[in-house]
Ligand binder design. Structure first.
Ligand code: SF4
Ligand code: SF4
Length: 292
């Protein structure tokens, strides 16, 4: 078991899947996403994250670009259609047959010097334990100042009533399947991907509301229970590593000393805590044989 696998506390995955079989990886990612709902619900007591500097490293050589992190985040955090807290930058350059394809997964950078936190007039956007950038829905007045100052465009504003899909009456098969709104009715008004665990870390965070903003929270509801964010847990290629920068023995600290890391828009001085190492380069992929 390598360092990043050890770091996946609470994970029931842990398989390493080679880049050669993208189809297999995609299937594994989806399987992981749907299995994910069974892992939550361990109470709200939580662990103290005081004194920690939580960060994520994304190993681009391991990343296969399967998008499993995007699906996982949506399911776990009840992210509505048309919104992605976990996303990616895709770049294609060159001329056929000498093409280069790059895939860079993205999310809130949980910046140490977060402009969104500094600018928020109500302290709805704030720094939580472990240095996570969090948002309190009840304090948010929807002024969107945070969205304007975030250089990474990871804050989404709900200008319309969220979860439109779940209010629809369309059925896939007439006289056979239920419509989305019928499903919601059967679930006593909760949309099917509603996650009550989110309420434990911040009241009102389990659902989305019109007129306020939302973004990645590093799955703080899981991290407080000693787990890792779900995108880390469910990444079938183990490309995501999460841990404490203040702990020299953590997997993130070790990987950051082994490779030369870089961060998005580093020149802006926001001190992002999402680090990238190595390159997305499937043509020259080298197995790391269980080591970092
Ligand atoms: Fe704030 Fe944007 Fe930095 Fe996230 S990436 S902490 S939303 S400034
Ligand atoms: Fe703060 Fe909400 Fe305004 Fe953003 S939209 S700056 S979180 S009050």
């Amino acid at each position: 078991m390598d360092e990043r696998e050890k770091e996946k506390r609470g994970s029931d995955t842990g398989k390493k899947i080679g880049r050669r079989s993208l189809l297999k990886v995609g299937a594994a990612a989806l399987a992981g996403v749907f299995a994910a709902r069974t892992v939550k619900g361990e109470g709200s007591s939580g662990k103290s994250l005081k004194g920690k500097r939580l960060a994520m490293v994304i190993d681009l050589q391991r990343c296969t670009g399967c998008g499993g992190c995007i699906f996982t985040c949506k399911i776990e955090n009840n992210v509505q259609s048309g919104v992605a807290w976990s996303s990616r930058i895709i770049k294609t350059s060159g001329k056929f047959p000498n093409l280069r394809y790059e895939y860079i997964p993205t999310l809130c950078n949980h910046c140490e010097k977060a402009p969104c936190v500094k600018a928020c007039p109500t302290k709805a956007m704030h720094k939580g334990d472990g240095g996570m950038t969090l948002h309190t829905p009840k304090k948010c007045i929807g002024c969107r100042t945070c969205q304007a100052v975030c250089p990474y465009e990871v804050i989404h504003a709900n200008t319309e009533e969220p979860h439109k899909f779940w209010r629809g009456d369309e059925v896939a098969i007439a006289d056979c399947t239920s419509s989305p709104s019928e499903l919601v009715e059967r679930m006593k008004g909760k949309i099917p991907s509603y996650n009550p665990d989110k309420e434990k870390s911040s009241s009102g965070a389990g659902l989305r509301y019109k007129g306020i903003v939302e973004k990645c929270t590093f799955c703080d509801h899981m991290v407080r229970n000693g787990k890792v964010p779900f995108c880390v847990d469910r990444c079938p290629a183990s490309a995501r590593i999460f841990g404490d920068l203040n702990d020299p023995e953590s997997a993130v600290s070790k990987i950051l000393t082994k490779y030369r890391p870089w961060r998005l828009k580093e020149h802006l001085g926001t001190e992002p805590k999402i680090f990238y190492v190595r390159n997305y380069n499937p043509g020259n992929y080298e197995k790391s044989k269980g080591s970092v």
